[in-house]
Design a protein around this ligand. Structure first.
Ligand SMILES: Cc1cc2nc3c(=O)[nH]c(=O)nc-3n(C[C@H](O)[C@H](O)[C@H](O)COP(=O)(O)OP(=O)(O)OC[C@H]3O[C@@H](n4cnc5c(N)ncnc54)[C@H](O)[C@@H]3O)c2cc1C
Length: 539
């Protein structure tokens, strides 16, 4: 059957296309031995299926039965009774996270959480305690010292805060920046109330410089200088703190030095695997980085800092893992954006003929802001844009893999949107997630890729290639996704299975994150709650 015919017919009623490119009306398909009409739950779902059916959509299905299973949400999803249990460590973290990360108010770009109130109260309490001094010079100095100490603690990469409370580095860095401003105000206050000492100026200078470089446009534009300045200013600050006897800040610097030592230890421990890093060009602006995963412990969605001496000894860049922890290789996909990533692409070998060189890894870092480690969430909406797919697919793989051990998952909808044809063609292999599921569980997963025709290739070319490669079970659409449909579908799936929570995992451009956050708020109603974890690849 010709493609034009297929398209015109698809406009009217729900159809799927099999691998021979034949059009199959949904009603005529049988499910095992029973016809669709005998399946009340699935008939109900037909409308839902047709909602997704527009002219540009395609289904690549190997077996009709498989396709139908894939498109329906089981009314009574299988409750898996098995040995899978979240470890005590996960439960402990999850317990704190669930309290700490509970939202109080959500805005599209920021959510105020209980943890924020807790941190704020603790800092205010410390400051009040520090002010119990007769002399104003002393009390204002103590306050500045405590705020400086807190700034340093929140700037550390490894820490008790993240271990006990699941505070992500991204969120800790927001606190780091806010506290730096508070330190500046407190130190100016101290300056007004005390004698002018040279040691005081030595501390004041780096604080002002830090603040200047951290202003977003300056930081963005002068990122490398900002990072290098950090180290110089830290050394000046330590000297100033010793000379000025800023005790609280000195303790915090001690903590920072332990953090740096721990980082060096992890870099050393990973040096065996990172001495053979493979670099391959993917498409015209993506580099695949891969290495053995032996002795590399990480969780899906985490990220590492990477340094390649051939490019620069001083630059450590963060990249989220694309692979999952059970895989033999740690894989990253890097989009060329600025000097370092472009240089990386330049030195990479062609696809299939990688360049092998030495590098260094520091990590892993990053926590999901919602506790997905345990069995709290059984419905997942994984939304990513462009190269933001890396942490999301890694997390999705991890979740689906855990199903083998009995983790109960009722639905996982994976939605990617973007313009890079290389991502659809070479990064997002359609069977990557599906291969983790057995036949019985295949209805849990739905894959939707939205490719923008403003990209470097026409969607038709990508479809053609997909068909040639006999890709299966991915719904490829033109243009931007209509998120309302996906949220509605996840909402219905949660409702049908009697669950009250849906985890939304999202990474990509800010606009995509905002849309996901707004929809999470909108669809959190009538006993169903959408908890949103968001990443924007920016500190
Ligand atoms: C947690 C996290 C995970 C990421 N994962 C991926 C990924 O999987 N794939 C991918 O392609 N990109 C990822 N990025 C983005 C990637 O780190 C930047 O694109 C890259 O560092 C840009 O470096 P550049 O010198 O080429 O560009 P530049 O032009 O120098 O930088 C562009 C922007 O990237 C940011 N940036 C630059 N250097 C750093 C750095 N050392 N640390 C933090 N931010 C920096 C700054 O905001 C800067 O303005 C991630 C970023 C973060 C924060």
């Amino acid at each position: 059957m010709k493609t034009d015919n297929i398209q015109s017919q698809m406009q009217d009623s729900p159809y799927i296309i099999n691998q021979k490119n034949e059009l199959i009306p949904l009603e005529t398909l049988s499910l095992g031995n029973k016809s669709m009409q005998d399946q009340p739950t699935q008939i109900q779902q037909k409308d839902q299926v047709s909602q997704f059916n527009d002219q540009s959509q395609r289904f690549y299905a190997q077996k009709h039965d498989q396709e139908i299973n894939h498109q329906t949400v089981p009314k009574n999803p299988k409750k898996i009774m098995s040995s899978w249990k979240a470890s005590w460590h996960h439960r402990f973290i999850q317990y704190w996270q669930s309290i700490f990360n509970r939202r109080i108010v959500s805005f599209s770009c920021f959510a105020l959480q209980i943890g924020d109130v807790f941190i704020f109260s603790a800092i205010v309490a410390f400051c009040c305690f520090a002010c119990i001094e007769d002399k104003q010079a002393k009390s204002s100095g103590n306050m500045a010292s405590i705020l400086m100490a807190a700034t340093i603690v929140f700037g550390c990469r490894n820490g008790l805060l993240s271990y006990f409370f699941g505070l992500s580095l991204e969120r800790a860095l927001i606190w780091h920046q806010l506290l730096a401003w508070a330190t500046l105000v407190a130190s100016l206050n101290h300056w007004f109330h005390s004698k002018r000492l040279l040691s005081g100026y030595i501390i004041q200078f780096p604080i002002i410089a830090f603040i200047f470089f951290s202003i977003k446009p300056v930081r963005r534009y002068l990122w490398e200088l900002f990072m290098k300045m950090h180290w110089i200013l830290i050394i000046v600050s330590i000297y100033g703190c010793i000379a000025h006897k800023v005790s609280y800040a000195l303790f915090a610097f001690g903590y920072f030095i332990i953090d740096v030592c721990y980082r060096m230890y992890t870099i050393y421990m990973l040096s065996d695997v990172s001495k053979q890093i493979k670099l391959e060009k993917i498409g015209n602006n993506i580099t695949k980085i891969s290495m053995s995963s032996k002795n590399v412990n990480y969780k899906g969605g985490q990220y590492f800092f990477l340094m390649i001496p051939k490019i620069s000894y001083l630059q450590w860049h963060p990249f989220s893992v694309f692979s999952a922890s059970y895989e033999d290789e740690v894989v990253f996909y890097v989009k060329s954006l600025g000097d370092w990533t472009r240089e990386l692409y330049k030195i990479a070998g062609e696809q299939g003929k990688p360049t092998i060189l030495k590098g260094y890894l520091d990590g892993p870092y990053g926590y999901h802001s919602i506790g997905i480690e345990g069995d709290k969430y059984k419905h997942f909406l994984c939304i990513s844009g462009g190269i933001g797919v890396t942490p999301i697919i890694s997390t999705a793989k991890e979740i689906l893999k855990q199903m083998e051990k009995g983790r109960p998952v009722n639905s996982l909808h994976f939605i990617w949107t973007g313009r890079d044809s290389a991502i659809v063609e070479s990064v997002l292999k359609p069977d990557e997630l599906r291969s983790l599921l057995n036949q019985d569980d295949s209805s849990i997963l739905k894959n939707f890729y939205h490719y923008s025709d403003k990209g470097d290739k026409k969607i038709e070319d990508i479809e053609k290639q997909a068909q040639q490669e006999q890709q299966q079970l991915v719904q490829l659409s033109k243009g931007r996704p209509e998120f309302t449909k996906y949220f509605e579908s996840a909402y219905n799936a949660a409702k049908e299975s009697g669950e009250s929570l849906v985890a939304v995992l999202t990474c990509g451009p800010q606009q995509l994150i905002d849309t996901a956050e707004i929809n999470s708020m909108k669809w959190s109603k009538q006993g169903i709650r959408f908890d949103c974890h968001q990443e924007v690849f920016d500190f």
